[in-house]
Design a protein around this ligand. Structure first.
Ligand code: PEP
Length: 251
């Protein structure tokens, strides 16, 4: 399976810089003949009619479980339909822990978008105090984040994103990733991404971990040149070709 690479813009990039990013990235995929699935989750205000390769997919970071209605500040599926968006992130740690989405609400959203056939990237992961309590506690916490979630859904991609690694600059260790991904894959046969401070230089090592099918990247993906490097590294992991060596760089 080709490695999946996803970029979460969070609350970054304007409409104009999103367009520049998408056009630059698309041109790169075409030029290098990269066929991996590449997802970009821009802010909703930057949704647009992009002319993109089939494997470059724009998704929504969030959407309320409605077509339209009176939900001030939210968007509904009419706003996604306008741009043909059929992919959504659900359960991201910032929505759970900063914006207060409960597991019940997350599950409700999941089921709504599942019924509409959306591709769902479902995020889960433990906070630091749970990790520090041990592996059993960590796995227990993770299984609770699957409450109400149909894990047999055909359009599901999972993303393990430990809360303490998101946006902190401190990625999980290779051992941590290997352990958690092995445990999850044993029970759930779905593509499984890792997310949490992935950078260009650490990417190859992470993608080589068994049971890692790709990555979801925030901060380090916002500069298009860096994201292109990530996509390139991922594309070269599929064959026997030697992957570019990462030089010392800030990212
Ligand atoms: C994310 O937002 O899903 C994420 C992994 O962010 P970062 O790469 O900045 O840790």
């Amino acid at each position: 399976m080709k490695k999946i690479i996803a970029s979460n813009f969070k609350t970054n990039h304007s409409r104009e810089t999103t367009r520049e990013f998408m056009e630059d990235l698309n041109q790169y995929l075409v030029q290098k003949e990269i066929k991996n699935d590449v997802y970009v989750f821009p802010s909703a205000t930057a949704f647009d009619k992009f002319d993109l390769s089939e494997n470059l997919i724009v998704g929504a970071q969030n959407c309320y479980h409605t077509k339209s209605g009176s939900f001030t500040g939210e968007i509904g599926t009419i706003h996604l339909d306008e741009f043909g968006i059929k992919t959504i992130l659900i359960g991201h740690s910032e929505r759970r822990h900063i914006l207060g989405e409960s597991q019940k609400e997350v599950a409700l959203k999941y089921n709504y978008f599942k019924a509409l056939g959306y591709k769902i990237i479902y995020c889960f992961g433990e906070p630091l105090e749970v990790k520090q309590a041990g592996l059993t506690e960590t796995l227990g916490y993770i299984w609770e984040q699957f409450d109400g979630i149909d894990l047999s859904y055909e359009n599901l991609i999972l993303a393990y994103e430990p809360v303490w690694a998101i946006g902190t600059g401190v990625s999980a260790t290779i051992e941590d990733i290997a352990t958690i991904h092995r445990k999850i894959k044993k029970k759930i046969d779905k593509p499984l991404l890792y997310g949490g401070s992935v950078k260009v230089c650490g990417l190859q090592d992470i993608l080589e971990v068994p049971n890692v099918d790709g990555v979801l990247v925030g901060t380090a993906s916002w500069a298009v040149e860096d994201f292109k490097k990530m996509v390139y590294i991922a594309s070269k992991m599929d064959g026997s070709s030697k992957i570019i060596q990462c030089e010392k760089e800030s990212n």
